[in-house]
Design a protein around this ligand. Structure first.
Ligand code: 5U1
Length: 763
């Protein structure tokens, strides 16, 4: 025993004071204790230690294993050591979607949020109560308990499917292994984070061991939780604040604040700065208080989350596709830093938009190294906004300028200002290209459009590649084994030029006769790029060359493009077969995925869902788009009548189906598909209004129009703005006029608000 610990029993000594011998003894004792406790609990139903004692023992064992990795045993009850690193994380579906948050950046936006909710709920001047909770800058985790036992932990992922990080989450001390008095099913949601002190210590250790330090505590937390080896997670000091829940077998409470209190009672850490606020002014006051203490908290927060306190009102408010209506993140002002703008590059997107990007001398902004920033469009560079009004006092942005960079919503860095005093004397106004830097086609700007676009379509490699990348993305075709990188390589090898080619890849590969466009063609397509060296680098990489050398590139290109996939670098017989199999599987695709995958401007995931639900089948959709004329006719009217489709989106849709090249490309793709699954109704299957088209007219007295609409959609109905032959039901309140009349003429059923509420079981 060492001097410090003299007189104390080993079991009482802090882990930091244990000698290796003591640690070994303590490890054996704790492991045996936990094993006996597990058997007594799970197999004999006769626990002999309390949950708190069990958790404390487990925590101590984990600490010992982290401090003395040599003691780690494969069969340790912590489950955190010795396990062979897994290939990846299993995917876990979330029983209740993990939503993200809308942001507010100004006081005004918080006032508008409150006004919007009161309007939605028809509350008039009544004061709404909210919780105000610090928004931890970490990563979201959902932890599932069944009958009081931690059974699963999953990351947010895309909100519907996350990664199974159960073994790693078990190493977080703030997450109890067992709960007493909890609902039989309880999914606790919250944020995993790392304190500044722990982050500094971890980075010091990383440096000492020659590993790369993390950029910020958030990255360190994310990197630690997503370690394939749980022993590494166990050695990282992660913490967790609970802020919500997913699936529950019974409610936790009637209000958000009481639900948080209940989670705290169950043993979860909840943030102590959380307050109940009455009305938006109190929210703003609390926001300022938290902002003032932000620097002293010891962990990163990036704003304050405001949530409606009454859970019944939260339910009434419901959610949009990814965000709840009842909450908003009031973000802190972005951090800024000055740096030099080295160069302006033009990137060409999937829709041909020429987007200027500022290449910056790397600078740290809010803990993240920034070397690129968006410049939006040519007007923005010139110092004017979409209406022609000056921005930044009308100061333009030039290569060589000193610029103030900030991270908006902490994602895409932007430029807030230019320092004219430091402008180099030879700096010239930036001349925006009138030709696409990727393919040389004309880049034109249509009246009213702030963006200049390449007219090259799929001929333009940048557009083609972006469209292919989008096509295989997660919410589109999502073909296992065919990500952005593979698509890019296949494009550069001349194997695929458009989405339909993906489906003929296998037959061409088997016969060794891939459509080889030839290196010349690929290089031609890349000519005059924003940065030809970058393009050459990309090509060299795709061809497995260290440096770009035209002769070797040609040889390698010919050889590689003729080599079957299974013999390509990084591929084998099995992975090639798996890929072809995954592609085959995708000949069957959901209608909404197909519509989204087409990459039509303004048609995002939510809009694709709306369109799929409205038109129900591919034939219905394609026929309607082909028949529609911009600004006129019943098909155009029908399109605009879909709630959530505006003129801009409608125009983009119709234009695509009337452009010969685009239409042929879509037809070639559809010809490759075996089955396009009609849109699934989002409704509960037993909802009496699922799949029905409903029109609300007149004054509703028991709820607002927005609430009625949201409720109808939640139950699977489509809500239309006007009555047609396709309308199934009209809900008419006092003052209903022409719509009720038209419904009567067409023989459409008309009911009043009370009957509607009875029908949907909410009377
Ligand atoms: N404090 C807190 N952070 N946070 C993040 N609450 C909270 N709630 C969230 C998120 C994403 O989402 C729910 C409102 C859905």
């Amino acid at each position: 025993m060492n001097g410090k610990s003299a007189g104390k029993k080993t079991a009482e000594l802090p882990v930091a004071e244990l000698s290796p011998k003591e640690a070994s003894r303590e490890q054996a004792r704790l492991a045996a204790l936990l094993r006996r406790a597990d058997i007594a609990y799970h197999q004999q139903d006769a626990p002999f230690i309390s949950d708190a004692e069990y958790d404390a023992a487990r925590r101590r064992l984990r600490e010992i294993e982290a401090r003395f990795p040599a003691l780690a045993r494969p069969d340790s009850p912590t489950g955190t050591v010795g396990a062979p690193p897994r290939e990846g994380f299993a995917r876990v579906g979330h029983a209740v979607a993990m939503l993200s948050l809308d942001n507010a950046f100004t006081d005004q936006e918080v006032l508008e949020f409150d006004a919007r909710l009161r309007r939605f709920l028809g509350l008039g001047e009544a004061v709404l109560s909210y919780t105000s909770e610090p928004k931890i800058d970490g990563l979201s985790l959902s932890v599932r308990y069944e009958n009081g036992h931690l059974v699963q932990a999953a990351t947010r992922g895309d909100g519907h499917t996350g990664e199974d990080v159960t073994a790693n989450a078990r190493t977080i001390d703030d997450l109890p292994e067992h709960l007493t008095g909890a609902p039989a099913v309880l999914e606790v949601r919250g944020e995993v984070y790392m304190t500044h002190a722990d982050f500094a210590e971890l980075n010091a250790a990383q440096r000492a061991s020659g590993d790369r330090p993390f950029a910020n505590p958030r990255n360190a937390a994310a990197g630690s939780l997503r370690q394939l080896d749980p022993a590494v997670s166990a050695s990282r000091p992660l913490k967790f604040f609970a802020y919500g829940w997913g699936q529950l077998s019974e409610p936790l409470a009637d209000t958000q604040i009481d639900a948080l209190a209940r989670l705290a009672e169950l043993g979860f850490a909840t943030n102590p700065l959380t307050r109940l606020c009455h009305g938006p002014e109190e929210l703003l006051r609390h926001y300022r208080e938290i902002e003032a203490t932000r620097a002293d908290l010891g962990y990163d927060i990036d704003g304050v989350v405001c949530k409606v306190n009454d859970l019944a009102l939260q339910r009434r408010l419901g959610s949009r596709s990814n965000t709840p209506r009842w909450a908003i993140a009031h973000k802190f002002p972005a951090e800024t830093a000055w740096t030099r703008l080295l160069r302006i590059d033009i990137q060409v997107g999937r829709t041909g938009a020429l987007s200027p990007v500022a290449r910056l001398k790397p600078v740290t902004v809010g803990g993240v190294v920034v070397s690129n920033a968006t410049l939006h469009n040519e007007d923005y560079i010139r110092g004017i906004d979409a209406s022609g009004n000056p921005i930044r006092g009308g100061r333009d942005i030039r290569e060589g300028d000193w610029v103030k960079v900030y991270r908006a919503g902490d994602v895409i860095p932007k430029i807030a200002d230019v320092d004219l005093a430091r402008r180099p004397p030879d700096a010239r106004p930036y001349e925006f290209p009138a030709r696409c830097p990727e393919c040389g086609s004309d880049a034109i700007r249509e009246p009213g459009d702030a963006v200049r676009r390449c007219t090259g379509g799929m001929y333009c490699p940048a557009q083609a590649m972006e469209r292919l990348r989008h096509f295989v993305s997660r919410n589109a075709f999502d073909i296992e084994g065919l990500g952005a990188k593979q698509v890019e390589t296949f494009y550069l090898l001349g194997w695929i030029r458009e989405p339909a080619d993906i489906f003929t890849l296998a037959e061409r590969d088997a016969g060794g006769e891939k459509a080889i466009a030839g290196l010349e063609d690929v290089l031609n397509r890349l000519r005059g790029g924003a940065d030809p060296n970058e393009q050459k680098k990309a090509l060299a990489e795709a061809l497995g060359l260290e440096h770009f050398d035209p002769e070797r590139a040609r040889e390698r290109f010919e050889e590689r493009s003729r080599t079957p996939l299974a013999r390509q670098h990084g591929w084998g017989v099995r992975s090639a077969r798996n890929l072809f199999h995954a592609i085959e599987e995708r000949r069957r695709i959901a209608l909404e995925r197909l519509i989204f995958a087409l990459g039509i401007r303004h048609v995002g995931e939510a809009a694709a869902k709306l369109l799929a639900r409205h038109y129900r089948s591919w034939d219905g959709f394609a026929r309607a788009m082909s028949a529609a004329r911009v600004g006129e006719g019943p098909e155009w009217e029908e399109l605009l009548n879909i709630d959530g489709v505006g003129e801009v989106m409608a125009r983009a849709l119709v234009i695509v189906f009337h452009q010969e090249g685009e239409r042929a490309l879509i037809e070639r793709l559809v010809a490759q598909l075996r089955e396009i699954e009609p849109a699934r109704e989002a409704a509960a299957p037993d909802s009496p209004i699922a799949g029905k088209t409903v029109v609300f007219t007149g004054t509703l007295e028991r709820m607002t129009r927005s609430e009625a609409k949201a409720q109808a959609e939640r139950l699977g109905a489509r809500v239309a703005g006007s009555v047609s032959k396709k309308t199934d039901l009209v809900v008419a309140g006092p003052g209903a006029g022409s719509k009720a009349k038209r419904a009567a003429e067409l023989g459409v059923e008309i009911i009043d608000e009370d009957t509607w509420l009875e029908l949907i079981g909410d009377a």
